[in-house]
Design a protein around this ligand. Structure first.
Ligand code: HEM
Length: 373
């Protein structure tokens, strides 16, 4: 703490000396770093470069002395909060770009995978499903016409979007990822949430989901209005309107819905209750098989209208049942129920499309991360 306070004081002094205000703590996807010789780099982190420092005189000299003094612990504080950049630019020191590589993102993938195993007491034994729901709700606000919403921005960090009824319960997923963000502060929340969805799907036995970075966090003004995500009490027309607005066709709607092989409904979140399948932490095509082969009837209870199977252990939402009631949707349910490989292939393609809606990527290449065994 004392070191952090000292660091803050030094930062203010440095900013005053150079008439440059400290930059707000907003990180671009690639940011500026300089390196110092080994002895100054705790934990392999990059700090200040003594080679790059001015030799003498002016405010730069004072700043260099200050930074050198705090390079041990305070240096990392400044680095992790983004204030080191301010100090460096205040001193007019040439800086080197830190552009994270596939290897850097793989470290984050592995960290999330490790945490999924570590915190296996949550819900049905995994945070995986709720991470998938977070990534989908971050992306599914996209409007193809106005080009607003989508996974670029992570605006669910702010009210009112975090309080939209459809997002109830997603704080659990955001909180689960917070220590990962603290450990790797250079990643944007928007890339982190999507990478966590990719990781969760792959770690829960799903297909490979290629990923590319490039999302940046936006402020509260980019929050989308309530009502962009689907309403589970409705039917086929609503599904086509909502997913059509994102740019998806019938086949893609049915393929995306297969994610309901995972996770469950919670009475304290959506009001609905129960899982869709008997293996809610493994991605399979069971959702389609159950839709076709089980006998579904209305659940008799005081909660919102939902279906239950004979065992009363499983559930379907009205929107799930719309996929077998509508002839065009049902064609695809039949296909995916028969052929898990076909489902996995189409699911991977459509999830990549979902997760990339509205993102102004600079990078063409997508990366594949290895499943952590
Ligand atoms: C077709 C329209 C959809 C509707 C109406 C819908 C609705 C819902 C509802 C009501 C829940 C329960 C939330 C709770 O109480 O915790 C839920 C959970 C979930 N949804 Fe959807 N969803 C839809 C599409 C999707 C899509 C496209 C995906 C992913 C690609 C998805 C992934 C999930 C997952 C993984 C869960 C489980 C979350 C958990 O276990 O905490 N859903 N959905």
């Amino acid at each position: 703490m004392a070191t952090n306070q000292a660091a803050r004081l030094l930062l203010r002094a440095a900013a005053r000396a150079s008439h440059v205000a400290p930059r707000p703590v907003v990180r671009p996807s690639a940011f500026t770093l300089v390196r110092i010789p080994k002895q100054g780099r705790g934990n392999g982190r990059r700090y200040y470069s003594s080679e790059a420092a001015p030799k003498s005189g002016g405010s730069g000299g004072i700043i260099f002395a200050a930074v050198a003094a705090i390079a041990g612990g305070g240096g990392y504080y400044l680095y992790s909060t983004g204030q080191l950049d301010s100090l460096i630019s205040a001193a007019g020191i040439p800086a080197k770009e830190f552009v994270p590589t596939q290897e850097d993102y793989a470290k984050i993938y592995n960290e999330i995978a490790k945490r999924l195993v570590e915190f296996d007491e949550y819900d049905d034994g995994s945070y995986g499903p709720v991470l998938v729901r977070l990534a989908w709700h971050a992306s599914g606000t996209y409007d193809v016409e106005t080009k607003t919403g989508g996974s670029n921005g992570a605006t669910m960090r702010f009210q009112p979007e975090s309080d939209h009824g459809a997002n109830a319960g997603l704080k659990a997923a955001r909180d689960f990822l917070e220590p990962v963000k603290e450990k790797f502060p250079w990643i944007s929340y928007s890339d982190l949430w999507i990478l966590s969805g990719v990781c969760a799907l792959q770690q829960m036995g799903g297909p490979v989901i290629p990923f590319r970075p490039g999302r940046s966090d936006r402020d509260i003004s980019a929050c989308t209005p309530d009502g962009r995500l689907p309403d589970a009490t409705k039917e086929h027309k609503h599904l086509r309107a909502i997913f059509g607005r994102m740019g998806f066709n019938d086949q893609e709607i049915v393929a995306l819905s297969g994610a309901h092989a995972l996770g469950r409904c919670h009475t304290d979140r959506s009001g609905f209750d129960g899982p869709w399948t008997f293996s809610p932490t493994m991605l399979t095509n069971d959702y389609y098989k159950l839709l076709l082969n089980e006998k579904w009837s209305w659940k008799k209870w005081n909660g919102p209208a939902q279906y239950e199977d004979k065992t009363k252990a499983l559930m379907m939402l009205p929107t799930d049942m719309a996929l077998v009631k509508d002839r065009e949707f049902k064609k695809w349910v039949d296909k995916y129920a028969k052929d898990q490989d076909a489902f996995f292939k189409d699911f991977s393609d459509v999830v990549v499309k979902l997760f990339e809606l509205g993102v102004p990527f600079k990078q063409e290449e997508r990366w594949v991360f290895k499943v952590v065994e």
